[in-house]
Design a protein around this ligand. Structure first.
Ligand code: FAD
Length: 416
């Protein structure tokens, strides 16, 4: 009988164990392996398929991909481009952000299914011998010795597995097991909204990407080629009331808010076609402990407002690799190195979450409470009339606060 089938965990030694193969984990795994650090990425699902997750690749991420020499190949995968963000309030259409002032190769938001992006990173990682991605590996606990995290315990398709590492990085998202098990304190910032996601087919004559605001309703409409991905923003806890009012009433509401879809709302055949995602905004007070660090949503869960969560996760990964590749490779990693990662990334996190909270309070909540026809606020009208101003939201959403550049090197084949 093998050790695994007898229930005794196999042990896999590595330098860095990354928990979670989302945007933060896959990018960190890729960058560390590229720099010649041995890394094991553990992902609990069998594949990257997720419906209704963040699918927006912003100019900051396009820039990172360009710096890595991967952008051209990435953009060969199916995607659509949004060079501007538009919002329709009542019957007025306004341009809020315009990315076209950025260098042409990244002057847009690329709408690409998240699984395509993650598959791409998984493929790109294979060229480095130190990149080990294990799917269907569900991390259930940390291994601690003398007050220090020295690895994780996972349940895999081949039985229990202990991965022992100099550093464990929790990239396991907003319901992070790693941060729970590490007993890191979470500051709950709160989000007054939830989102109902659905898809309805798209015709070539339909309008494209943007926000649609009417009294009591706020939709984000994402053009996904032959279908629309629709995000219907609701007041927190309202999903049950909406369901009780019945599917015909819900379809009617969608048809009224988005008249160009009126003839297709019957595609919502049951509540199974409408997925509730509970929104939360929180962040860790301290992102690390000896032997352990959290980044991405595991360190700071993001609201979908602005669609910036993936990009912040990627920026965290780039900064982590920049700061830690060397001490990891040389075996000199200390808690001070981990503190440097938090110091670098906490400011952009706070600013971005602060903007999301303000957008929720000042824009989304008043819209959801309104019953009278809405007029666009003066600030939005000004942005629409003075195109140069559209660069400000474009920069905030597309590039973000303190954008990161790749400084971790690509190790030569001989030194990997
Ligand atoms: C409704 C909604 C819509 C959003 N829309 C957008 C958008 O349009 N654009 C945008 O940029 N952001 C969006 N976001 C935010 C974005 O999805 C996240 O901020 C981003 O995915 C965070 O990346 P991450 O890698 O930190 O975590 P995640 O993407 O959550 O990845 C975590 C990974 O860890 C794995 N995992 C979890 N637990 C374990 C475990 N115990 N063992 C092993 N693996 C584990 C998960 O399977 C997952 O693959 C949205 C968020 C929500 C809730």
């Amino acid at each position: 009988m093998s050790e695994a089938s007898a229930g005794k965990p196999r042990t896999l030694p590595t330098t860095c164990c990354v928990v979670g193969g989302g945007p933060a984990g896959m990018m960190l795994g890729y960058l560390l392996a590229r720099a010649g650090v041995d890394v094991v990425v553990l992902e609990k699902h069998a594949d990257f398929l997720r419906d209704f997750r963040g699918d927006t690749i912003h100019p900051s991420t396009l820039q990172v991909m360009e710096e890595l020499g991967l952008l051209q190949d990435l953009l060969k995968r199916p995607h659509s481009k949004a060079p501007r963000l538009q919002v329709q309030i009542g019957d007025q259409s306004l341009t809020l952000a315009d990315f076209t002032f950025l260098p042409p190769q990244r002057a847009f938001i690329a709408l690409m299914p998240q699984w395509d992006f993650l598959d791409f990173l998984a493929d790109a990682g294979k060229r480095y011998p130190g990149f080990h991605l294990i799917m269907k590996a569900n991390v259930s606990d940390l291994i601690e010795e003398g007050g220090r995290v020295v690895g994780v315990r996972a349940i895999t398709a081949d039985g229990p597995l202990d991965v022992r590492a100099r550093l464990v990085v929790g990239c396991d998202g907003r319901h992070s097991t790693v941060r729970d098990k590490a007993r890191l304190e979470v500051e709950d910032i709160g989000a007054p909204i939830d989102v109902l996601w659905m898809r309805i087919s798209r015709l070539p004559s339909d309008p494209g990407f943007g926000g649609r605001i009417a009294p009591g309703s706020f939709f984000a409409v994402l053009d996904r080629g032959d279908y629309f991905q629709l995000a219907y923003v609701i007041a927190k806890g309202d999903a049950e009331r909406i369901k009780q009012a019945g599917l015909p009433a819900f379809r009617q509401m969608v048809a009224t808010a988005l008249p160009f879809l009126a003839s297709r709302v019957d595609e919502l055949k049951s509540w199974d076609d409408v997925k509730l995602l509970t929104v939360r905004i929180d962040r860790l007070r301290t992102w690390y402990r000896p032997g352990l660090l959290c980044i991405g949503d595991a360190a700071h869960a993001m609201s979908p407002v602005g669609g910036v969560g993936i990009n912040l996760a990627i920026q965290d990964a780039v900064a982590t690799a920049n700061l830690l590749w060397k001490p990891l490779k040389q075996g000199t990693l200390t808690e001070a190195d981990l503190a440097r990662v938090q110091k670098r990334r906490e400011f952009p996190t706070r600013v971005t979450q602060g903007l999301q909270v303000q957008a929720q309070k000042r824009v989304i909540q008043p819209v959801l409470r309104s019953t009278q026809p809405l007029a666009p606020p003066w600030a939005l009208r000004l942005f629409d009339r003075v195109p140069v101003l559209q660069r400000i939201p474009a920069r905030l959403v597309g590039v973000g606060v303190r954008p990161e550049h790749v400084h971790s090197p690509e190790a030569s084949a001989a030194s990997r």
